[in-house]
Design a protein around this ligand. Structure first.
Ligand SMILES: Cc1cc2nc3c(=O)[nH]c(=O)nc-3n(C[C@H](O)[C@H](O)[C@H](O)COP(=O)(O)O)c2cc1C
Length: 335
């Protein structure tokens, strides 16, 4: 007797197995193209080269696949989530707008994937409510694209485990604070070199950063905002910047002395921003676009989850003002 099991729980348990995502295509006896998203794909044999996958018997493509001698398996790339969703919808014209190349048996071949296998159907087995197809691989292609991942009903990205040994040897473990500190220090090295040429240091960079988010602030306000970096600003630091012609001090309406950018200071802040962007590009050299996005997303989460107890004046809106230079820059670029 077959054991009775809870289908939902069974599906959930199967979802614990992480897979890639494929689209399997064929050419039906009716001359139409068929295809569907499948993660039941697996390797079977090296010699002869064989792969397998299984197709639900209720699939609208069942006749096409059981009646065909060939199929092609496309291992989807990380940016092909939309392709996966398109081929997972029953009934829809999945090939609309696509002009596929043709493989063995006129099977449609899709582009943009990580790897592609053209197969001859070697065996078909009954597999309960699925049919299992074993294909002999006649031809295959690989493309340098990171793969799309499927786990627990969700798409995911592959994140290679880092070579932690490199870091822990010198820095005593992979404590997040160490990693963030080291990454930040190294990221800023080219900017520090630029500042050093002008006889300036980190603290001056932090002052210029605060000013670039909003011009015309008192020394006290600058000191309060810069303090988030752990630096203690005093009037001497501001006077050094004035001495280099980067800022000027003016009396505000209430008589308080306010720090403003000079034209040169504004240009220098832009130059530093360009160096920062270049340094970011260098730092992300070993990351693909999605990994870089994930890194920022996770850091934002860390920032959010550690924000408890942060003084009110360090809220984002206290840093940003209407007259920030990036806004002005964007307006100038538009004009
Ligand atoms: C990630 C993912 C993996 C899937 N794997 C399979 C599979 O291995 N076999 C299968 O028959 N259906 C699978 N499906 C479901 C089919 O793609 C879906 O039922 C599709 O609508 C079938 O299309 P058709 O009825 O036009 O053949 C999967 C769906 C997704 C989103």
């Amino acid at each position: 007797m077959t054991a009775t099991i809870d289908k939902t729980q069974f599906r959930k348990a199967l979802g614990a197995f992480t897979t890639g995502v494929t689209v399997v295509t064929t050419r039906g006896a009716d001359g139409k193209d068929y295809g569907l998203t499948a993660n039941s794909f697996n390797s079977v044999s090296m010699d002869p080269p064989m792969v397998l996958w299984s197709l639900g018997k209720t699939s609208s493509s069942i006749q096409a696949f059981t009646g065909s001698e060939h199929f092609a398996v496309h291992i989807l790339a990380a940016d092909q989530e939309a392709v996966s969703n398109r081929f997972a919808k029953s009934g829809a014209d999945k090939f609309a707008g696509i002009k596929p190349a043709r493989g063995h048996g006129e099977v449609p071949l899709l582009d943009g994937c990580s790897a592609r296998f053209e197969c001859r159907v070697a065996y078909q087995y009954d597999g309960g409510d699925h049919v299992i197809f074993v294909g002999e691989v006649l031809n295959f292609d690989t493309f340098a694209q990171p793969p799309l991942i499927f786990h627990g009903g969700n798409y995911g990205l592959l994140l290679k485990k880092a070579d932690e040994a490199d870091i822990s040897a010198t820095f005593g473990g992979d404590w997040l604070g160490n990693l963030l500190g080291r990454a930040y220090y190294q990221l800023l090295m080219p900017i520090k070199a630029n500042l050093k040429d002008k006889g300036l240091g980190d603290i001056h960079y932090n002052i210029l950063s605060v000013l670039s988010m909003g011009d015309g602030r008192s020394c006290e306000e600058i000191a309060r905002l810069v303090a988030i970096s752990g630096d203690h600003v005093d009037t001497g630091h501001v006077l050094t910047l004035a001495d280099r012609g980067l800022v000027r001090l003016e009396r505000g309406d209430d008589g308080a002395r306010l720090v403003h950018f000079t034209a040169e200071g504004r240009a220098y802040a832009m130059e530093l921003l360009a160096s920062c962007k270049a340094a970011e590009g260098d730092a992300e050299r070993e990351l693909d676009y999605r990994e870089a996005q994930v890194l920022k997303l996770l850091l934002k989460r860390v920032i959010r989850s550690t924000a408890n107890g942060l003084p009110e004046h360090w809220r984002k809106e206290n840093f940003w003002r209407e007259n920030n230079i990036w806004r002005e820059e964007a307006q100038t670029a538009q004009a």
